[in-house]
Design a protein around this ligand. Sequence first.
Ligand code: PLP
Length: 394
Amino acid sequence: MMLSERARKLAPSVTLQAAAKAKKLKAQGNDVKILTVGEPDFATPKNIQDAAIQAIQSGKASYYTATPGIPQLRKAIENRFRNVYGIDFQDENIVVTDGAKFALYSLFQAILNEGDEVLIPVPYWVSYAEQVKLAEATPVFVYATEENDYKVTVEQLEEQRTENTRAVIINSPSNPTGMIYSYDELKAIGEWAVRNNVLIVADDIYGRLVYNGNKFTPIASISEEIRENTVIINGVSKAYAMTGWRIGFAIGNEEIIKAMIKIGSQSTSNPTAVSQFAALEALNGTQEVVEEMRQSYEERLNEIYPKVAALPGFKLKKPQGAFYLFPNIKETLDMIGMENATEFVDALLEEEYVALVTGDGFGSPYNVRLSYATDLATLNEAVDRIARFIESKK
Ligand code: PLP
């Protein structure tokens, strides 16, 4: 079969692959504890479901919409995020997309040329590097240290900057580490980026999922100059338990947004109409459900974190947001004679039916990712099985 160079070089998403493998084992009747998924275990709230049903039955979801999204939804995004970002933006600054993932994809297609470089802090969300490559540009990895809570510093970014550096990706709270950059850290990075004409791609998708009094600062809210130099990526998937609906958006410079709309017009036409009406209710309707789900993740984090941190050889600081634990298990691997996290994850799934994601796809071959967006009984049982697995290998 003739495949493009592009397709052949593209790595599949390790998180989606791990989830598929675990689901297959479960479908065969095995009692698999699945901690791979990067999505809420809650069903989409009832008011949002009802709005979608109404949109279908009234016929208004039957048709193509404007490429950048229905006007009411762009307005709702403006209204909901004006306070969060402390900024006024107009319709021209917003494009609604098929999930935040496609917002990132079309952004990279819109701004990158061959030879351009994008700075990506490691550990990173699995799709950033592959999407940059799909735009013929080069991902440049900036290795954050565990001592600095897996956050990069201006010095580290400056070290990797060249005349080809076009953008830097900031994902706070982070998938996979759950760490949040402070106001001061973001101010320093923002000012450095403005000074050096490096566009900031702010992936704020976990901004509403922060715990135990920790605070999310959007980098775009720090100053006018930084905002003008930032494209914000956000969406409804994580906060509203709407991963399946595929609605995300980008907010930024009008010229960039216009280019993204042009790309949308020649690729997807528009995000699915019924999903846009659902997202409209998510943003305009009651926000109590978001807080209830947030509290539930916080409870799970507080119960499961000490247990995971106490597993033999696991090194892990308490996450501040998102819904993942990303322990370094190098000591465990040494203890049980394994090479890397992939070997650990494969054996654990085979022997104990517990599904985790290897850190490999996040640029961290000695870490594993556990999602706690699942019920406590599953989490507790999974941790017991991991403990038994390690014990059996010692
Ligand atoms: N950015 C990060 C950091 C994510 O973890 C995810 C989903 O896993 C996305 C973006 C994409 O979200 P969406 O479902 O809106 O495409």
